[in-house]
Every structure is written in structure tokens, then in C-alpha cells.
Design a protein around this ligand. Structure first.
Ligand code: FAD
Length: 318
């Protein structure tokens, strides 16, 4: 079922969803089931699976020279989505990115998703690879997420890349896009960022999932600004537990979001990692309760390796 249908059927009740990363190449899918098994009792409406582009590395050859090799460390997004649907009978939301994909490869991936009965796609640009400063589209690939939204929307109308495909099957994907309560780090200012978000909605996106934030006021202000700009689709808040002191600098540098002073000060007082995790859990609980109270359509947890923290929070709110 589509994310937007889940929201409609909930009639104002806040739903829950989780996000997982595919395991690193060579690991079993059991590592995913181990993370999700304890969380499934909370009946998530859907589970997102991230997509990771390949990165280039130098590999030393036997003669001492180096070869540049392309390695995808976390393959398997589409396969994991199919496995989740099969194993848990839950809707899966694969992330699709522009980076590293040509338009043809994107079309083929969408055809696979359609054959698998997957109804949702989160359409993203993706970040530049670690060794590059600026995002570069693939040759014959998309530059911005909006271009990907447009391609999916066209396929939903049966329009394929090759003109010769007349009477092509219409897909029916529900399209999600990313939104940034604290502005996307490359955007010159929040207003332009909002304008580009509005363009993604006008191009056919059905809902927004936000970047993580630790101050709910930022989400509430972002939703108000979106509504003022006639962005009227559901805006799903993304929450991540902060569980260690290291993340006080790690999260802002990777995700370009602030850690509120109260949270940072409490974390800094912690004598060990267990105490730090407790502080992060309390903060997440407080954020979750406030978002439920204010009528958030879904709370999307970035599950990332700390499922027991999400588990503890869910226990206290249900
Ligand atoms: P876009 O919407 O294309 O925006 C990128 C930047 O370009 C923004 O600054 C925007 O303001 C600007 N912009 C947009 N359109 C134009 C235009 N026409 N002209 C000029 N500027 C423009 N990354 C992954 O690699 N894999 C994942 O699975 C993944 N999942 C994510 C899930 C969520 C919920 C979020 C919030 C992010 C996720 N990301 C993921 C990270 C995301 O790919 C990066 O944040 C990326 O840098 C931007 O993606 P976007 O889809 O927001 O891009």
C-alpha cells in the first residue's frame, strides 16, 4: 500500500516507520532481521531501505601500481525490500538516488520495483562520493531529485524513455522526497531550498520525509513555512537517537543539523556511554511525545544500529 494511503486510513492517528541500511557486502540479511524483529511488534506502516552508490578506491596491484576500482559497499536495496515484504508482510520504501545511475538504469530499477509489487519510492539526489566535493550526475543521469521525480511521474503515466514503447504499462508509485527543516547544506538560503522543495511537489511528489532534527520547534516552523508556500502534502518527521558523546560533533558534520544546547550540555556531563545513551533516549522520547501531540502523520525513526533505543521509546509511548 502507498505511504499516503496508510496516512489517509489512519485518520489523524500518528503512524510509525523505520529506516534501515542494507548490510555491508558479504553480511547476511539476518543482520537486518535481527534489528527489525524486536521492532515489528510496534506495527510499522512501512520500512525504508537506503540506497548507497558505489565509491572509487585505489587498489594495489601485484606489480606495485594501482588500479581505480568501483566498490558498492552496501548493495541489495531492492532485494532487501522484497525480502522485508515477504518476511514481515510490511510495505517497503526503497530509496532511489540520482548519483551513479543513468536514466536507463533508473527506468530498469523502477520496472523491477513495479514487478515486485513495491508501491513506494523515496526519490533523492544522493550525496557526492566521499572523495568529491560537488555532486556530479552520471553521464546521462539526473542532476537533481526533481528530475528523478519527473521520470517516475512519467512512468506512472506509461511514458518510457524509448519512444517506441507505445501502450507501456503505467506504474503507480507513491513518490516521497526529502525536506530539510534546517535547510539543505548546499542551498544558498532557506527560502530557495523551500522553493526547490515546492518544485518537487509540483512535479508529482506525494509526501516529504525530513532530515533528522533534534529541536522540534524547527520541524514545526518548517511545516508552517511549507503550508504558507502551498506545500500541502504530508510532512513526515525523521528522528534519530543520539547515543554517544562522539555524535555531538559527528552528527552536525555529517548531516548539517544542530544539536540543541540543553541536549549537548546533558550529554557532556555523562561519565560513560551508557549514561549518554540514556540521555539520548530521554530526548528522543520527549521529541516523539511532542510530535504525536502535535499530530505528525508518521514518525520515521532512523534506526541505524541502535534498535534497542527505539524499542525503549516505543514501549513508553504505546
Ligand atoms: P535535491 O532536492 O536535488 O536538492 C539538492 C540541493 O540542490 C539542495 O540544496 C536544493 O536546494 C538544490 N536544488 C534543487 N533543485 C535545484 C535546481 N533546479 N537548481 C539549483 N539548485 C537546486 N542519500 C543517499 O545517498 N542514499 C539514501 O538512501 C538517502 N536517504 C535519505 C533520506 C532522507 C529522508 C533524507 C533527508 C536524505 C537522504 N539522503 C540519502 C541524503 C540526500 O541524498 C542528500 O541530502 C543530498 O545531498 C540531497 O538530496 P535531495 O534529494 O534533497 O536533493
Amino acid at each position: 500500500m502507498k505511504v499516503t494511503e496508510h496516512i489517509k486510513q489512519a485518520k489523524g492517528k500518528t503512524l510509525f516507520s523505520f529506516e534501515i541500511l542494507p548490510p555491508v557486502k558479504g553480511k547476511s540479511i539476518d543482520s537486518i532481521f535481527k534489528v527489525l524483529d524486536p521492532l515489528m511488534e510496534y506495527k510499522p506502516s512501512f520500512i525504508n531501505v537506503t540506497y548507497h552508490r558505489s565509491e572509487q578506491f585505489f587498489k594495489r596491484k601485484t606489480d606495485g601500481t594501482f588500479d581505480m576500482v568501483d566498490i558498492r559497499k552496501r548493495p541489495g536495496t531492492v532485494g532487501i525490500c522484497a525480502a522485508l515484504m515477504n518476511h514481515y508482510k510490511v510495505d517497503a520504501v526503497p530509496h532511489l538516488i540520482c548519483g551513479g545511475f543513468s536514466k536507463d538504469e533508473t527506468e530498469n530499477a523502477l520496472i523491477d520495483l513495479n514487478f515486485l509489487g513495491i508501491d513506494n519510492v523515496l526519490a533523492l539526489r544522493g550525496d557526492p562520493p566521499k572523495n568529491e566535493k560537488y555532486f556530479q550526475p552520471d553521464m546521462n543521469g539526473h542532476h537533481y531529485a526533481i528530475d528523478l521525480v519527473q521520470q517516475i511521474e512519467k512512468l506512472n503515466r506509461g511514458i518510457y524513455i524509448e519512444d517506441e514503447i507505445a501502450d507501456g504499462v503505467n506504474t503507480d508509485f507513491c513518490i516521497g522526497v526529502a525536506g530539510y527543516p534546517e535547510k539543505h547544506y548546499e542551498s544558498p538560503n532557506p527560502d530557495l531550498d523551500l522553493m526547490f522543495l515546492k518544485n518537487k511537489i509540483d512535479a508529482g511528489a506525494d509526501y516529504v520525509t525530513t532530515q533528522m532534527f533534534f529541536d522540534n520547534e524547527k520541524y514545526h516552523r518548517f511545516v508552517a513555512k511549507c503550508r504558507e508556500s502551498s506545500i500541502n502534502v504530508p510532512i513526515i518527521p525523521g528522528l534519530k537517537p543520539i547515543t554517544s558523546k562522539k555524535q555531538l560533533s559527528g552528527i552536525p558534520s555529517i548531516f548539517h543539523v544542530d544539536i540543541p544546547n540543553d541536549l549537548a550540555m546533558e550529554m557532556m556531563k555523562c561519565k560513560n556511554e551508557k549514561d549518554a545513551e540514556k540521555v539520548g533516549e530521554e530526548w528522543l522520547l520527549h521529541q516523539t511525545r511532542d510530535l504525536i501531540k502535535s499530530g505528525a502523520p508518521v514518525i520515521h525513526f532512523y534506526t541505524l544500529g541502535k534498535p534497542h533505543v527505539i524499542d525503549n521509546v516505543m514501549k513508553q509511548i504505546l
